[in-house]
Design a protein around this ligand. Structure first.
Ligand SMILES: Nc1ncnc2c1ncn2[C@@H]1O[C@H](COP(=O)(O)OP(=O)(O)OP(=O)(O)O)[C@@H](O)[C@H]1O
Length: 251
């Protein structure tokens, strides 16, 4: 079993009231972890805590350790942190410039890579998401329109260009149809060999299909965290059992 790459210790996040309460969890390296739970249970807030996206408007206490270093230490550079821990929101965001310019934005600013190396990286990341053949001749075409599925894959490729060690995905397939969802999942399973993936999902079948481990949150508390097969077949907490049963029956 691989080592933990990311851990929280007694993580609390609050607005005018607590949102995450005393969450202690460890994520395995080169594994996919699903975060499940009812709406409002704190899943997105947990994900955002991992690259310090909450701190402008929410208070955070406790520790988040990335490779043993507390990311809330004031000496940690947020830009560098967000390159190592990338995030993909559920709504794809593509700027109204060419696809190539979209891809080049972050690496040129943050990594100062040469144009030649960047061209190779772009090809590699588009190949990783199975878009190279479709897009290689459209990269400078400002009018080219992508389908919703391809927009989300393109955003994944853009995130991969920064060579993150952890990728945070917030309901990445919420807008996709079942076939596109399966294609997206297949790509995640391939990426897992060298990338740690934490995915928030309302789709329990998705968690069961791709996640090595699953965390169940409710009312801001980590109720249960286990290998996915264990959590789905032998939940240890009554609340987990109730949630899984209700979701699967209502499906
Ligand atoms: N910036 C904020 N200020 C105040 N309350 C917030 C803020 N961000 C989140 N919350 C509250 O924290 C709770 C958890 O929100 P969060 O988005 O993390 O839940 P979630 O489990 O991801 O929900 P969903 O499945 O609906 O996306 C909600 O009640 C939400 O209203």
């Amino acid at each position: 079993m691989s080592q933990a790459i990311l851990k929280t210790e007694h993580l609390n996040v609050a607005a005018d009231r607590p949102i995450l309460k005393n969450v202690t969890i460890a994520f395995r390296s080169a594994a996919i972890t699903a975060v499940i739970g009812p709406s409002g249970s704190g899943k997105t807030t947990l994900l955002r805590a991992f690259n310090r996206l909450n701190e402008d408007h929410l208070s955070t206490s406790g520790r988040v350790l990335f490779q043993g270093i507390n990311i809330y230490d004031p000496r940690v550079d947020c830009f560098r942190l967000r390159m190592k821990i990338g995030m993909l929101p559920s709504q794809p965001i593509i700027f109204p410039i060419s696809l190539k310019a979209n891809l080049m934005l972050a690496p040129r600013v943050n990594m100062k890579v040469s144009r030649q190396n960047l061209a190779m990286d772009i090809e590699q990341s588009l190949r990783q998401v199975c878009l190279w053949d479709k897009l290689q001749h459209q990269l400078t075409n400002k009018q080219f329109k992508l389908s919703t599925k391809d927009q989300q894959l393109f955003c994944l490729a853009r995130a991969l260009l920064l060579h993150p060690q952890i990728l945070l995905l917030d309901e990445p397939t919420a807008l996709l149809d079942p076939a596109a969802t399966l294609q997206f999942e297949k790509i995640l399973l391939k990426l897992r060999s060298h990338l740690t993936i934490i995915i928030v999902t309302h789709n329990l079948q998705q968690a069961a299909r791709i996640a090595d481990d699953t965390a169940f949150l409710q009312h801001g508390k980590l109720i249960e965290f286990a290998q996915t097969r264990e959590l789905f077949t032998r939940p240890q907490q009554a609340a987990t059992d109730q949630y899984l049963t209700k979701k699967l029956i209502l499906k």
